[in-house]
Design a protein around this ligand. Structure first.
Ligand code: IMP
Ligand code: MG
Length: 464
């Protein structure tokens, strides 16, 4: 284990939006950084929005004017009438998707094949995946409880890797669907009974086929080759926004395994999840919450407990969009952020929810971890260790900054208005200092600072 070798590097260049290029939006922490709002804001300037991983375990809340939209599978671009695609790296629960389409159409948002497309290769969440997800979590004694969203996402990716998954092209093909359901149902019953220790399993092959074929027929019109579309669009000089779900530390390879999701939210996932070359990407934007949150189990080194936790949870509405579970909260974790910046190569960052920290006397920032090496020697590091056995014994070292005053809604609005001319100078002095400190510690230039949930509560920097 190298000691203190990985110091944070100088700023990487932040690139303004260019035509004919890809922009990837990545959650830098554990998800729920406010990607929905950022994607939604950037969407005005792009031609296509594409989701590249995850499924309806994700949840974006987007507030436009008086309306609140909760999106789980469909890219946020749909709210702007922009071409919105689901890439091959995503998994789709057709029942949830159909319900989401219905809910959007009820609020007057059009979801037609001209605007919405699904890659043939995206995998399908089947009823047994939900049962397997629930059973593995409940029978944690067999393995380990992860605190999943219970949407069957992990088991669907398991089957994808095991090469026994159903893809969207199968759902839209009566013969393939029937054949695969009849082969898979007994196999899955077996797993549930004999591996996961369930007692009785309700999986009726005929019923599943009938239900899914109705959905297949209904959704078939959206089938497309997303990779081809994106490459054609990029060739024509169009701009594509790659919308990530979850966050970097939940990445199946790079996150806090095993407490991770089953896909790749990191920037690399945008390429494998859509069939676009890394050379097409011009910009990789981090979305970074001014503090840290996490839903479910797993390490959260800077975790806050007690009355302050309760206060921040309520003020920040820190409840999962998908499951309603309260999110755990921690102070900003710079060693984690630096690791995240390495994994993703962020060209800039959007800082979100800064307003939630208002009224605190002191704000803490974790700048280093104290870790114990294999020889038992303690040292401090600016970079989060990769080994979970070391991370679990790491102690966060904090510095304290002075807090900033509580502002009324009206006052926050004037901050945003004044910021059009004065930039970050419009912020309360200590809020500005805090934002600039995070920029420095992360080693990634700020693109925007967000001080409220609405689309207009955003301070855009020159490089936005
Ligand atoms: P799964 O993705 O449902 O398998 O859950 C695995 C882990 O990822 C759990 O800790 C979940 O709480 C977390 N997770 C999944 N989706 C999200 C998300 O959109 N935001 C935050 N956490 C998520
Ligand atoms: Mg979310």
């Amino acid at each position: 284990m190298p000691e203190n070798k990985n110091e944070s590097k100088a700023f990487s260049p932040s690139l303004p939006m260019r035509q004919g290029n890809g922009i990837i939006i990545v959650g830098a922490q554990f998800g729920d950084e406010g990607k929905g709002k950022i994607v939604d804001t950037l969407t005005e300037n792009v031609d296509i929005v594409v989701r590249y991983q995850g499924g309806n375990n994700a949840g974006h809340t987007v507030i436009i004017g008086q309306k609140e939209f909760r999106l789980h599978t469909i890219p946020t671009g749909i709210l702007h009438g922009k071409r919105s695609l689901i890439g091959n790296g995503v998994v789709i629960d057709p029942r949830a998707l159909a319900a989401e389409i219905r809910a959007l159409e009820e609020t007057g948002v059009k979801v037609a094949p001209e605007i919405f497309g699904i890659d043939s290769r995206a995998h399908i969440v089947m009823p047994w995946h939900l049962l397997c997800d629930a059973a593995s979590e409940a029978n944690g004694k067999n393995w380990r409880k992860i605190g999943t969203t219970g949407k069957g996402i992990g088991p669907t990716y398991e089957d994808k890797a095991a090469r026994v998954g159903l893809r969207f092209e199968d759902l839209a093909d009566e013969h393939a669907l029937k054949e695969k359901i009849s082969k898979l149902t007994p196999r899955k019953k077996n797993t549930l009974l004999h591996v996961l220790g369930e007692k009785e399993i309700e999986l009726d092959e005929q019923q599943i086929f009938e239900d899914y074929w109705v959905l297949g027929k209904h959704l078939a019109k959206f089938e497309t080759d997303v990779s081809q579309e994106l490459n054609d669009a990029l060739d024509e000089g169009k701009t594509v926004l790659f919308e990530g779900a979850q966050g970097t530390l939940l990445d199946n390879d790079l996150g806090t395994y095993p407490f991770v999701t089953s896909s790749h939210p990191t920037a690399g996932g945008a390429c494998t999840g859509t069939g676009v070359s890394p050379l097409r990407i011009a910009r990789i934007d981090a979305v970074v919450k001014a503090y840290t949150t996490r839903v479910g189990e797993g390490p959260l080194p800077t975790e806050i407990t007690g009355p302050l936790y309760e206060e921040l949870k309520e003020r920040g509405h820190e409840y999962g969009t998908t499951t309603g579970r309260p999110r755990r909260i921690g102070w900003f974790d710079a060693p984690m952020m630096r690791k995240s910046a390495q994994y993703n190569g962020f060209t800039g960052m959007h800082l979100t929810k800064l307003d939630v920290l208002e009224g605190l006397k002191k704000i803490r920032i974790c700048t280093h971890y104290e870790v114990e090496g294999e020889n038992g020697k303690k040292y401090s590091t600016q970079i989060m260790p990769a080994q979970q056995k070391i991370l679990s014994k790491s102690k966060p070292l904090f510095k304290e900054m002075d807090g900033f005053e509580k502002l009324s809604k009206q006052q926050w609005q004037s901050v945003v208005e004044n910021a059009r001319k004065k930039g970050l100078e419009a912020l309360p002095e200590n809020a500005k200092k805090y934002a600039l400190e995070l920029e420095k510690l992360a080693g990634v230039p700020l693109i925007s600072v967000n001080v409220g949930p609405d689309r207009k509560d955003i301070i855009k920097m020159k490089n936005f």
